[in-house]
Design a protein around this ligand. Structure first.
Ligand code: SF4
Length: 255
């Protein structure tokens, strides 16, 4: 099985290319082709020799995701993409064309284990965590569509299926990737992470010991919104249980 290069940063590309006898600068060239120019095959990488392109194709592949379904809103401003990864796992990503720019909403897990009462993503539980490369694939897939129109992804919310802070390491890897100048070079300030309130994974990110402290600080952590969601979840459950209690009381008084 060929190794997928998509989702690797320049250092990781060097790690897999240097053992093949390739100089380090090749890794940067390949990263530019994949992420800046949207090349999905080595044949498109015209500043690599024909022999090198053939050699790379024997060992590696470049695979983002396969679009399985696309839904457009009536006003054409919102598009929803069902994207499948190599193992067939599919997640939804959304493009919202806002007056202030193009905003995308990406998934961080396939399904979700959190059980928020109002949310369909949790109905079948969590299938698996997404890798940083798969989250990048969601982003680059939409970015490439926009680039055909002379536009790009401007802002991003991690608010699709999944709880980002329950997939902490992969989400951090993704944030590094998407911020990397050799990848998309997105500012952390244009990224919002929404959490249902995984407190143990919020605090470590803000401590001095964490290498991501300053980055997380500059990134907006939407906990207030999430707390509201938790409250509404609690309220819905409370109302259900109070209705059930009233039903039980009525039955008891009728007996
Ligand atoms: S954490 Fe998010 S995706 Fe998961 S169940 Fe709650 S609202 Fe849905």
């Amino acid at each position: 099985m060929k190794q997928n290069l998509f989702g690797k940063n320049v250092t990781e590309l060097q790690d897999v290319l240097v053992p093949l006898g390739l100089p380090k600068f090749r890794a940067k060239q390949i990263a530019q082709w994949m992420y800046e120019k949207g090349a999905m095959s080595f044949d498109e990488m015209t500043n690599l020799s024909k022999d090198l392109r053939a050699k790379l194709s024997e060992t590696f592949e470049i695979f983002l995701a396969t679009p399985k379904d696309i839904l457009q809103s009536k006003d054409g401003k919102t598009s929803k993409y069902l994207l499948a990864f190599a193992d067939g796992t599919a997640v939804e990503s959304v493009l919202m064309r806002q007056p202030y720019g193009n905003s995308i909403c990406i998934s961080t897990q396939a399904g979700c284990a959190m059980g928020c009462a109002f949310c369909a993503s949790t109905l079948h539980g969590r299938a698996r965590d997404l890798t940083g490369g798969e989250m990048l694939a969601e982003t680059v897939f939409i970015d490439q569509l926009l680039r055909k129109e002379g536009q790009k992804v401007d802002t991003m919310v991690l608010m699709g299926s999944g709880e980002p802070l329950m997939n902490y390491d992969n989400v951090l890897a993704f944030l590094h990737l998407v911020h990397d100048e050799a990848v998309l070079g997105m500012s952390y300030r244009s990224i919002t992470l929404s959490t249902s309130g995984i407190v143990p994974n919020i605090y470590p990110s803000r401590t001095r010991a964490s290498p991501f402290r300053s980055r997380f600080r500059s990134m907006r952590l939407k906990t207030r919104c999430a707390r509201r969601s938790c409250r509404s979840t609690t309220n819905i459950r409370w109302r259900m249980s109070s209705r059930r209690a009233r039903r039980m009381a009525t039955r008891r008084s009728a007996a």
